[in-house]
Design a protein around this ligand. Structure first.
Ligand SMILES: [Zn+2]
Length: 332
């Protein structure tokens, strides 16, 4: 469980152990606080054949295997057919019919509606009957960041559960442990209004684009179409160490690929690596990888960062030029 939702999870688990779990739960919380994770873990826990003491699903039984594959017949999920559009009355009707039937596995039936505020008026009305006369062993979980958009008739028939955003330091630590560099984590958390999962998503798209750009720039320097000193200046102050980590990984991929060990894990880089591997030998790449490691250490040591980057990129450009000028003839 996400650590900032732990306390809420334990409260709910106590309620469950006392046999007082409601038939309908309205989970309220900001976008990116973890409502879907929470709802999904609750559903898994209810459908698991042998849940753990803390209420979490075991992850090992047959039901858990179905859940992990997304094919458990007693877990129903309802969302707009198109992102940003309404949940329609027909969708709710078929969900309610399904929910009214006996469960396949003989235990609970769980439905998650996300976001519940996307139901149009007719859709919300058609859910009322199910909320008023719930079938035994069913749980409806409604998720919303905007409870005010739900009809009062719906809200009043659900038990409400509020998920609270974590403190900034907790969210920061969680993002960093998820592999987001500290400065990116701070910036994305600000943009996401403190919501960790939204920040993680922002960080992913942010860094994903940059990674692609860096690979392209390296390729341009290697093929003599971009000046290494100019590029060093552009890299300065913009995720330099992250960039060097990516570069190192590409070089290692290239080395193990040349040695016939494995295909590079990074699919986008494959094509470019292939061209590089035709013109440069493994020894040169190993040397450069060592240099990148030394540069990574150097970046944090007060040495001139611009010079460190220039050195690396000039060597890289030199390797490209050597390959092109036919030091290994026949590969052009
Ligand atoms: Zn299980």
């Amino acid at each position: 469980m996400l650590e900032w939702l732990d306390a809420t999870w334990h409260q709910l688990n106590q309620v469950r152990n006392q046999g007082r779990l409601p038939h309908a739960l309205l989970i309220i919380g900001a976008e990116g606080v973890g409502k879907q994770v929470f709802a999904s873990q609750l559903a898994h826990s209810l459908l698991c054949e042998t849940p753990l003491v803390d209420g979490q699903a075991c992850g090992r039984c047959a039901a858990c295997a179905w859940l992990q594959a997304g094919t458990h017949p007693d877990l129903l999920q309802l969302s707009p057919e198109e992102a940003g559009k309404a949940i329609k009355v027909d969708q709710v009707r078929s969900l309610c019919t399904e929910l009214g039937m006996t469960s396949h596995a003989g235990g609970h039936k769980v439905a998650i509606i996300h976001p519940a505020d996307a139901m149009n008026t007719n859709a919300a009305n058609s859910l009322l009957k199910t909320l008023e006369e719930p079938t035994h062993n069913t749980l409806l979980i409604l998720l919303t960041a905007l409870p005010g958009k739900l009809p009062a008739t719906i809200r009043s028939r659900c038990q409400q559960l509020r998920l609270i955003l974590p403190q900034q330091s907790v969210a920061q630590r969680w993002l960093e442990s998820s592999g987001v560099p500290a400065d990116v984590a701070t910036r994305c958390l600000q943009m996401a209004g403190g919501a960790p999962l939204k920040a993680l998503e922002l960080a992913g798209s942010d860094l994903g684009e940059l990674r692609e750009q860096r690979l392209e720039e390296l390729w341009q320097v290697f093929s003599g179409r971009l000046d290494p000193v100019l590029l060093a200046g552009q890299w300065l102050g913009k995720q330099e160490s992250q960039t060097l980590h990516w570069w190192l990984r590409w070089l290692r991929d290239l080395i193990s690929w040349q040695m016939g060990r494995r295909q590079p894990a990074d699919v986008e880089a494959v094509q470019k690596l292939q061209k590089i591997s035709e013109s440069v030998d493994s020894r040169q790449i190993c040397n450069l990888a060592d240099q990148v490691i030394r540069a990574l250490n150097g970046l944090g040591s007060g040495l001139n960062r611009q010079l460190i980057l220039e050195d690396l990129l000039i060597n890289w450009a030199g390797m490209g030029a050597m390959g092109k000028n036919g030091s290994r003839a026949g590969n052009g």
